[in-house]
Design a protein around this ligand. Structure first.
Ligand code: ACO
Ligand code: ZN
Length: 239
């Protein structure tokens, strides 16, 4: 079929039945409208995602920052069950998106979860922070094109190399995730700001005292911008 025919077919189709790839404006899933299987899968994913990110409000909320478009809530391991359960649910969403790249928390009983709740009462950001002692600077070594191709084929693709010299660090960002439709609105940045202000009581951490656990390519772009250097700190990776 010629390209023009396909185009015409799509236009003719438009009024009656949806056709082609669609991005759902609520859940962000890309699916083929008109395909029964895709529509079924979308419906399931849609319902489950919206349920997981729904925030009903809690009697006691540890609000650590407030903005015109939302607020950041801190959840600690000893908080009421409903709060810990919600934090876990959202963390699992992040983990699913990050694949199996993330190493488990070094000490779950001391981890701190920061949730960004937007004005529509949806949890659109999640950050898990943990205490660390050492981290390593990312080296901005140009990776050979051939090497890069080889790495892309591997499941555990790492977009960075790091120094072998350990540096002192205090707070590790084990995971940071922002809902796909809400990225590039400063949610990630505001969550890390909140961590720096509240992770240690009575003191504000500098950008040199935080490190990122095995960053993804997105994470690397974010961290180098946030820390204002490509040589930000990383930890918790498989060498
Ligand atoms: N491409 C280029 N630059 C980026 C990107 C990107 N994808 N993401 C962030 N930045 C840079 C930009 O300079 C941005 O400022 P600008 O938008 O004014 O140009 C700056 O970082 C701040 O970005 P935010 O809007 O605060 O970041 P966002 O809310 O979009 O969250 C995050 C970033 C968390 C990495 C998001 O893209 C995400 O959830 N990705 C999928 C999950 C993931 O890979 N997480 C990181 C894993 S690593 C770890 O967890 C330690
Ligand atoms: Zn949807």
């Amino acid at each position: 079929m010629a390209l023009l025919d396909i185009f015409r077919l799509r236009r003719e189709d438009a009024g009656q039945k949806h056709f082609g790839a669609i991005v759902c404006k609520s859940c962000g899933m890309i699916y083929t409208a008109g395909s029964t299987e895709d529509e079924f899968q979308h419906k399931q994913y849609h319902r489950s995602l919206l349920d997981k990110i729904k925030f009903v409000g809690w009697k006691k909320e540890r609000v650590v920052a407030e903005y015109w478009d939302g607020k950041i809530i801190l959840v600690l391991p000893d908080d009421p069950k409903y709060a810990v359960k919600k934090a876990d649910e959202v963390r699992q969403l992040a983990d699913n998106e990050l694949g199996f790249k993330q190493v488990s928390l070094s000490c779950p009983s001391r981890s701190k979860t920061y949730l960004f709740v937007n004005s529509e009462k949806k949890i659109v950001g999640c950050l898990v922070a943990e205490q660390i002692k050492l981290a390593f600077q990312v080296l901005d070594e140009p990776v050979e094109q051939e090497e890069l191709k080889k790495h892309e084929l591997l499941e555990h693709y790492r977009a960075w190399c790091c120094s072998t010299k350990p540096e002192n660090a205090i707070c590790g960002i084990s995971r940071i995730w922002v809902f796909s439709l809400m990225r590039r609105k400063g949610i990630g940045r505001r969550m890390v700001d909140a961590v720096r202000n509240t992770f240690m009581y009575g003191c504000r951490l500098t950008k040199e005292e935080i490190a990122f656990s095995d960053p993804t390519p997105d994470g690397k772009l974010f961290a180098s911008n946030y820390c204002e250097t490509p040589a930000f700190l990383v930890y918790n990776f498989i060498s």
